[in-house]
Design a protein around this ligand. Structure first.
Ligand code: ADP
Length: 172
C-alpha cells in the first residue's frame, strides 16, 4: 500500500561495503528532505563483498549511533535486499530513491539506472544529493585498499568501521 502523500519515505540503496563518512553525510541530508529513510544494503554476491549483508547493516546502525544523526535513528530502517530495487521501492511505498553524486564520472551510470528504475516504477523519483565537498573523493573501494595495506582510514569512516576493517585485515 502506498503511503499517504504527506508521508515522505525514501530508499537509499547501495553496497555500503563498508559505510563511509560520505554515506553518513548523505543519510543526514536525506533525513532533511524525507520523513523516513530505508537504507537498503544490496547483497550483490557478484561483487564478492568484504562484509556480509548483516555486517554492513550493523555497521550503518552503529555509525549513526556514533554520529550527529543519532537522534534521527528512529526514522531510519536498514534492510538487506536481493532483488530489484524498483520492486522494493514500490512494495514499501517509497516516494523516492536517493543516490549520491560525487563527480561527473558518477553521472552516466546513475542516469542510466535512474531511467531504468523510472520505467520499472514510474511513481518513484530518483533524487541525487551531493555530499560535503570533503567527502567527494571517498569510496568504499578506496577505503578497503587503504585499510588492506595498513593505512589509517580513521578520518574517512566512522570509528566502528575503522575497528572492523582493522580486525578484518589483521595479520594472523
Ligand atoms: P553502489 O555499489 O550501489 O554504488 P555504494 O555503497 O558504493 O553502492 O554507494 C551507494 C550510494 O552512495 C551511491 O549513490 C554512491 O554514489 C553514493 N556514495 C558513495 N560514496 C559516497 C560519498 N563519498 N559521498 C556521497 N555519496 C556517496
Amino acid at each position: 500500500m502506498n503511503n499517504p502523500a504527506s508521508h515522505r519515505l525514501a530508499i537509499y540503496p547501495g553496497s555500503f561495503d563498508p559505510v563511509t563518512n560520505g554515506h553518513v553525510d548523505l543519510i543526514a541530508r536525506a533525513l532533511h528532505l524525507f520523513d523516513n529513510l530505508i537504507v537498503a544494503v544490496a547483497q550483490n554476491p557478484s561483487k564478492t563483498p568484504l562484509f556480509s549483508g548483516d555486517e554492513r547493516c550493523a555497521m550503518i546502525t552503529e555509525s549513526m549511533r556514533a554520529s550527529e544523526v543519532v537522534s534521527e535513528l528512529a526514522r531510519v530502517e536498514t534492510v538487506v535486499f536481493d532483488g530489484l530495487l524498483a520492486h522494493l521501492a514500490v512494495a514499501r511505498g517509497a516516494t523516492a530513491i536517493v543516490r549520491g553524486l560525487r563527480a561527473v564520472s558518477d553521472f552516466e551510470f546513475e542516469f542510466q539506472i535512474a531511467l531504468t528504475n523510472r520505467t520499472l516504477a514510474p511513481s518513484v523519483e530518483t533524487v541525487f544529493l551531493m555530499p560535503n565537498a570533503r567527502y567527494t573523493f571517498l569510496s568504499s573501494t578506496i577505503i578497503k585498499d587503504v585499510a588492506r595495506h595498513g593505512g589509517d582510514v580513521s578520518r574517512l569512516v566512522p570509528p566502528n568501521v575503522a575497528v572492523r576493517l582493522k580486525t578484518r585485515f589483521a595479520k594472523p
